[in-house]
Design a protein around this ligand. Structure first.
Ligand code: SF4
Ligand code: SF4
Length: 434
């Protein structure tokens, strides 16, 4: 067995997992939620409700509108007070439903069907599709499409991604500690839907010994392998994890199913369990609220569409006048301009930092030290791509394969001259997309 070797570069940034041992709590129902119709990769969902409609928690408000798309459900019960264009934390604007909470509406409970494992593979997959499950590790790719592709590709390896290597974020860790049995059920659901799977590996980095022990205990009577991995960022990226855990390499331009591997992260597996065992749509998730500028760090179950202002208030408020706010972690997340944003399915964390405490680093010209080349996990030339992006040189950007960059940020992190390489790469990608 390959015990967690890695051939990609990568780095080991300060982990800042201060919220790791904080037990998950539930955010009190917000007064309103703003639910974007574009919370996934692919076509935005089509809103099927109108202003003034009363909706119940869990009811479909927007239907998947294409092969690669996902349903959106009301995350609280109440009245749709407007349908408007709204910014979402992932940088896109989207048509969105504003729901005003109505506490007089009694929410349905989502009970476990104790016979859920007797459902057929097709019935299980349909439940995952109906529930609007998407990749919750950040990719937000519709999960039923991913699983269907893995069935067609006859994947023989199922890799459970329990890495969570991005600094600050601890939401998957809490699920691994608090809901390992549900995740084991989800693993069995996937094995039933994808019958070609012969080997199941749960990859967890060595800095999470409690999670490793939990899964060793849960899986002791099964053929599931629990694999401790050396700590390395961005090992949570699918291609890096596949290399580290199996020694297989996903060729450029190909995807994991092309080499027989299905990868699903922990939060997505938990959502799969809830969809199949409880017929519960994806309406909420654990969000890590952390950073040195929030009064109380928390791991909280938050309904989608909750405003970041409401989340901050539930955590005792902000402790600085000069806030640096991230949706997601500081490496792969997005900076947010203010608290006037609402969560989407992909938000695993909100990080509140005090900008006054962050050491300002001056940017210098490139000294050709090649450190960025050495660490890039997909062997790109970050400095050349950033140069082409600054110049708006589309041909050069394409030649340098800018689209293979998955914006892990390690080149910026390691740069001797403090050049914001990944920001320039994002600018270059935007130029090409336009
Ligand atoms: S070029 Fe892209 S993939 Fe490579 S290190 Fe930089 S951000 Fe990561
Ligand atoms: S790490 Fe920074 S200074 Fe060194 S080659 Fe890359 S861009 Fe230039």
């Amino acid at each position: 067995m390959n015990l967690g070797k890695f051939r990609f570069g990568g780095v080991h940034p300060d982990e800042h997992k201060e919220a790791a041992e904080i037990h998950t709590t539930v955010l009190p129902k917000p007064k309103s939620v703003l639910l974007a119709s574009a919370q996934h990769v692919g076509a935005p969902a089509e809103i099927i409700k109108a202003k003034g409609d009363i909706v119940k928690r869990g009811e479909v408000i927007a239907k998947a509108s294409g092969f690669v798309s996902a349903n959106i459900h009301a995350s609280i019960s109440g009245k749709i007070s407007s349908i408007e264009i709204a910014p979402v934390p992932l940088g896109r604007n989207s048509l969105a439903c504003l729901i005003q909470n109505d506490a007089s509406i009694v929410d349905d409970e989502f009970q476990v069907n104790s016979n859920f494992m007797t459902l057929t593979a097709e019935e299980m997959l349909k439940k995952i599709e109906d529930a609007g499950v998407v990749g919750l590790g950040g990719a937000m790719f519709p999960t039923h499409v991913k699983i269907s592709g893995s069935v067609k590709a006859n994947c023989d390896v199922f890799l459970v991604n329990g890495v969570e290597c991005e600094p600050y974020i601890t939401s998957d860790y809490r699920l691994m500690i608090e809901h390992s049995h549900e995740i084991m059920h989800a693993i069995n659901i996937i094995k039933k839907i994808v019958p070609s799977i012969k080997r199941t590996i749960v990859g967890i980095e060595n800095n999470k010994p409690k999670a490793l022990n939990e899964f060793r205990t849960c899986s002791k009577d099964s053929d599931i392998e629990v694999l401790p991995l050396k700590i390395r960022y961005p090992q949570g990226a699918e291609k890096m994890l596949i290399d580290a855990a199996t020694g297989r390499v996903v060729p450029v331009g190909k995807f994991p199913p092309d080499i027989g591997i299905l990868v699903i992260n922990i939060a997505t597996l938990y959502a799969i369990y809830e969809a199949v065992a409880k017929s519960k749509p994806l309406i909420e998730r654990i969000v890590t609220v952390t950073g040195d500028a929030i009064k109380e760090r928390k791991n909280m179950v938050v309904p989608f569409g909750t405003s970041i202002a409401d989340i901050a208030e539930a955590c005792g408020g902000i402790t600085t006048e000069n806030l640096l706010l991230f949706g997601g972690g500081p490496m792969m997340g997005f900076t947010l301009p203010d608290l006037n944003r609402n969560t989407v399915k992909g938000n695993n964390s909100i990080v509140f930092l005090d900008a006054d405490k962050i050491k300002k680093s001056k940017e210098y010209p490139c000294i050709s030290c090649e450190r960025c080349l050495q660490v890039c996990p997909v062997n790109l030339m970050p400095t050349s791509i950033a140069h082409a992006a600054k110049a708006g040189d589309k041909e050069a950007m394409m030649k340098l394969d800018i689209m293979s960059c998955f914006e892990c940020g390690v080149c910026s992190y390691i740069c001797s001259s403090k050049i914001p390489l990944v920001q320039w790469i994002r600018v270059g990608k935007d130029t090409l997309r336009r």
